[in-house]
Write a protein that binds this ligand. Structure first.
Ligand code: GLU
Length: 613
C-alpha cells in the first residue's frame, strides 16, 4: 500500500470546506470492516480520504488519497457501461432490469415476473453484465474490462491478487447466483467464467483520487476531464447514472437520494463514488461499514458535502434561466454603417420595427422555450429581427429545433429573421443556408445582421419621392455646403477626384497622412484585424462622408485600416495643398474645417449610440 498522505488542507474556499468536512467525519469511528472476504479485513480501519474532482479536471484531495483499496461493487456501474457499449442498451435490457430491489446486494433472486436480475448494481445483475463483455477469450475479456476502468480513471489500473484469491476461495454465494442465472438462461456462457471475472473486477485496486476522476468522467458526460479521453458516450453515461441514482447504494438507496441526492455507488472495500452530472465527482474512502454495507464516514461526508456545497440534484436555485440577456431596436442600437441624414430619419422613426434579441447561457429546454415564447409574442409588430447567439454556450437539440421552427414560422408570417451564430451552434453557417431558407439568414456578428435589418426597414419605409443619392460631385459634398459659387469652384480645384477598386486598401493601419478624403460614391470600411483573425468593422462610410481628417489635422498616423467596401470615388485634398491653403486662402480653409468639424460631431454621435449594449 502507498503511504498515507497527511491531511494537508489546500488554500481556498472549496479546499477549506473539504477540510472541514474531513475533520468533522474523522471523529466518527463506528462501523465494522467487511470480513466475509477475509483479505478485506486486512486494511487500516481508520484510513480516510476525501476527494473532489470537478467536471473540468481540478482535484481537491485530503487524507489518504493515494492509499489503494479494492474497488469492489463500485466496479459494477463501469462493467455495466462496457456491456451497454458492447451489446447495445436493448440487448442488455433484455437480460438486466433497472428497478431498485430493496433486497441485500447478494440476494439469490430474480424478479418473479420478468425472471431477470432486478438491476445491474446487485450481484445477480453485475455478474450478468460481466457475462456480456465482448472478447476473444477470458483473458481478453478481463483485459478489456480493465482498460475500460482505466479510461475512466485516467491511469492503468491493476488487480489486487491477494483480495481476488481470498474472494475466489470463499465466494460460494456468488457462484450460486451464477448458476442460478445460467439455469434461467440469463447467462448463456460459462457461469464460472463470468463469476470469476466478477471477482477479478471487484479486486481492482484504486485510490480515492482514482475514484474521484472516475466520478468526474461520469459527471463530464463520459469524457475523462484529466486525460481528455472519452470513456463512454453521453447517452450511455446518462443510462449508467440513472441506475446509480435508483440502485447504487444497496438497500439504502431511498435514504441516500433524499439526504445526499447524487447518483452514487459504494463498495464493501470502503469506497463511495458520487456524481453531480455536469459539475463534480466525489470519492470517499473509509473502510468501516454500516449495516447496509456502506462506508460510515463515506455516507456522512457525502451528506455534509452535499449540504455545504448545495449539490443535491433536485436542488433548484431558480426556475428556467432567463435566456434573453437584452433586447433593443435598431433605432436604439444602429449598425456601424453610417447612414445619410435621410436614412437616419427613416430609421429613427421606423427602427422599432426591427429588434435584436441577445441570448446567453446554455440553451436548454426551459430557457429556449421562454425565449421563443417572448420573441413570438413581440414578432407580430416586426419587419425583421435578429437572434444573437454569440454569447450562448451549449445549445440542446430541442432548443435548436425550437429556434429553427420559430425562424421558419416568422418568415412565413412576413418577419425576416437573422441569426448571429459565429460558431454554427444551430448547425448553419453563413453559406450553408440559402438566402431563401425560411430558417433565416446567418451572420457572424451582430453589426452586419443589424445593417441587414436596417436595410429591410429602409426598403419598406424610405419615402419613394426622396431619390436615393449614391453619387455626388465634389461641389455637392456636404463639406462644401453653403459656400458661395466662386468659393466653391476655387476650393474644388484643390481636390483631385480618383476611383478606388473594391477591396483595395486606401490607407494601411499606421500609415502617415495621405490626404483628406471626401467620399463621392461607394462605401469605405474602417476596421482592424482582431486577435480572432477577423476584420472587425468600426464604421462603414458612404457618399457625403469624409475620412483622413485626424491624420491630416493632428499628424497622427491612421489608427485603423481604410478599405474600399465597394468600388469608390473620392475627392482627395493632398497634404501639400492642405498646408498651402493656410497662406493662399485661409478663409476657405476655415470654412472647410468648420464643415468637417460638424461632420465629425455627427459621426461621434452615431458612434456613441451604436456602442455595444
Ligand atoms: N465482491 C463483493 C461481493 O460480491 C462486492 C460486494 C460489494 O462491494 O458490494 O461480495
Amino acid at each position: 500500500m502507498v503511504a498515507p498522505l497527511a491531511a494537508v488542507p489546500q488554500p481556498g474556499v472549496v479546499a477549506g470546506i473539504v477540510a472541514d468536512v474531513y475533520e468533522l467525519c474523522a471523529t466518527e469511528r463506528s462501523g465494522e470492516l467487511a470480513d466475509y472476504i477475509p483479505e478485506l479485513a486486512a486494511v487500516q480501519p481508520d484510513s480516510f480520504a476525501l476527494c473532489l474532482a470537478t467536471a473540468d479536471g481540478k482535484i481537491y484531495a485530503i487524507g489518504d488519497a493515494t492509499t489503494t483499496f479494492t474497488i469492489q461493487s463500485i466496479s459494477k456501474p463501469f462493467t455495466y457501461a462496457l456491456a451497454l457499449a458492447d451489446r447495445g442498451p436493448a440487448a442488455v435490457a433484455a437480460r438486466i432490469d433497472v428497478e431498485p430491489s430493496g433486497e441485500p446486494f447478494n440476494e439469490i433472486s430474480l424478479d418473479p415476473i420478468t425472471e431477470r436480475p432486478r438491476n445491474p448494481m446487485i450481484n445477480a445483475g453485475a455478474i450478468t453484465a460481466a457475462s456480456l463483455i465482448d472478447g476473444r477469450d477470458p483473458a481478453d475479456r478481463l483485459e478489456r474490462t480493465l482498460r475500460c476502468y482505466s479510461r475512466f480513471a485516467g491511469r492503468d489500473l491493476t488487480m489486487n491478487e491477494a483480495v481476488y484469491a481470498s474472494e475466489a476461495s470463499t465466494g460460494y454465494r456468488n457462484r450460486a447466483i451464477g448458476y442460478m442465472l445460467r439455469s434461467f438462461g440469463i447467462i448463456d456462457s460459462d457461469p464460472d467464467e463470468a463469476v470469476d471475472r466478477y471477482f477479478r473486477q471487484c479486486s481492482v485496486d484504486v485510490t480515492c483520487r482514482d475514484l474521484a476522476v472516475m466520478a468526474a468522467t461520469l459527471a463530464n458526460n463520459g469524457m475523462n476531464p484529466v486525460s481528455r479521453e472519452r470513456a463512454l458516450s453521453p447517452a450511455l453515461t446518462e443510462q449508467v447514472l440513472s441506475v446509480m441514482t435508483t440502485c447504487g447504494m444497496y438497500n439504502a438507496a431511498g435514504d441516500w437520494v433524499s439526504t445526499v441526492g447524487l447518483p452514487a455507488k459504494s463498495g464493501v472495500g470502503g469506497g463511495i463514488l458520487a456524481v453531480l452530472p455536469g459539475q463534480i465527482g466525489i470519492a470517499v474512502y473509509s473502510p468501516r461499514l454500516d449495516a447496509h454495507g456502506n462506508s460510515v464516514r463515506g455516507v456522512a461526508a457525502c451528506r455534509e458535502l452535499s449540504k455545504r456545497l448545495e449539490l443535491h440534484f433536485l436542488h433548484v436555485t431558480r426556475a428556467a434561466q432567463a435566456a434573453i440577456r437584452s433586447e433593443y431596436t435598431v433605432a436604439e442600437a444602429p449598425s456601424r454603417l453610417r447612414r445619410n441624414t435621410d436614412e437616419m430619419a427613416v430609421l429613427a422613426e421606423h427602427g422599432h420595427r426591427a429588434r435584436v434579441y441577445e441570448l446567453h447561457g446554455d440553451l436548454q429546454f426551459a430557457g429556449a422555450e421562454r425565449a421563443v415564447r417572448i420573441i413570438e409574442e413581440q414578432a407580430g409588430e416586426l419587419a425583421a429581427l435578429v437572434i444573437d447567439l454569440h454569447r450562448v454556450g451549449e445549445v440542446s437539440a430541442i432548443a435548436v429545433r425550437m429556434l429553427d421552427e420559430l425562424a421558419a414560422e416568422l418568415t412565413v408570417t412576413g418577419c425576416q429573421v437573422a441569426i448571429v451564430d459565429p460558431d454554427a451552434k444551430l448547425g448553419h453557417t453563413v453559406s450553408s443556408l440559402d438566402p431563401s431558407d425560411p430558417r433565416g439568414r446567418v451572420f457572424v456578428d451582430r453589426d452586419t445582421s443589424t445593417e441587414w435589418c436596417e436595410n429591410i426597414v429602409l426598403a419598406e419605409y424610405r419615402p419613394s419621392d426622396v431619390p436615393v443619392c449614391t453619387s455626388l460631385t465634389v461641389e455637392d459634398h456636404p463639406a462644401f455646403a453653403s459656400l458661395d459659387p466662386s468659393e466653391c469652384s476655387r476650393l474644388a480645384k484643390e481636390f483631385e477626384v480618383c476611383t478606388i477598386a473594391r477591396g483595395e486598401v486606401v490607407a494601411e493601419r499606421g500609415s502617415a497622412r495621405s490626404g483628406l478624403y471626401l467620399i463621392l460614391e461607394g462605401r469605405v470600411r474602417i476596421g482592424f484585424e482582431a486577435a480572432d483573425g477577423r476584420n472587425h468593422r468600426l464604421v462603414t462610410l458612404s457618399a457625403g462622408m469624409s475620412f483622413g481628417e485626424i491624420p491630416m489635422l493632428i499628424g497622427e498616423p491612421f489608427a485603423n485600416e481604410v478599405r474600399a467596401e465597394t468600388g469608390v470615388r473620392v475627392a482627395v485634398l493632398s497634404p501639400a495643398r492642405f498646408d498651402r491653403l493656410t497662406e493662399q486662402a485661409p478663409h476657405l480653409k476655415l470654412a472647410l474645417l468648420q464643415r468637417l468639424a460638424a461632420g465629425a460631431y455627427a459621426q461621434m454621435d452615431a458612434a456613441v449610440r451604436g456602442a455595444d449594449y
